[in-house]
Design a protein. Sequence first.
Length: 171
Amino acid sequence: MSLALAPRARFLVALLAAVLVASLLAIAPPAADAAVKKPLDIVKVYYDPPGKDHSKNSDYTKEYIQVKNTGKKTLTLTGYTIRDNGPQKFTFPKGTKLKPGKTLTLRSGKGKSSSSTLYWGKSSYIWNNTGDTARLYSNKGKLLESCAYKGGTHKKATKKSVRTTTTTAFC
Ligand SMILES: [Ca+2]
Ligand SMILES: [Ca+2]
C-alpha cells in the first residue's frame, strides 16, 4: 500500500514546490527599467543621426532627446531643465505642458516650437557621439533622471550606461 502511494506523494511534493516558486516570483521586485520610470521620463537620446555630422542647423536639428509623461496628470514643465555632461543647459519655457502618455521631442539647433517639439536654440550639436550623460531636473533643481550612454552599439544596459544603437541611447 505504501509503495502504491509513493508516486502520489512525489506529485504532491512537486506541486508544493511549484506553488512556492510561483509565490516567490509574485513578490519579486520589478525590473530595473520599470523602477527608474518617473512621471516625467527620459525615453531616448538620438545622439548620432546617420551620416556625417555637418556644421549646419538642418543637421543639428536631426539630433534630439525625448521625454515622456508616464503619469496620469498633465505636467507643467516651466523651469524644468535638461543638461548634458558639459555646460549645455536647456530650460523648458514658461507654460510648457505635457499631457499623460505624450512625448516631447527637444531638438538640438534652432526651429519653430510646437506642442510636441521644442528646440534647444543653439548653433551646435548637444549630444556627444562618443558618450555623454543626459540629466533631467525639476523646476526646483531636483535630479529626476540621469541617463549615461557610451557611443556605438551596446546591446545590454549596465549600471553605468544604458543600451544603445549607433544612433540612439535608450534611457
Ligand atoms: Ca527613462
Ligand atoms: Ca551628436
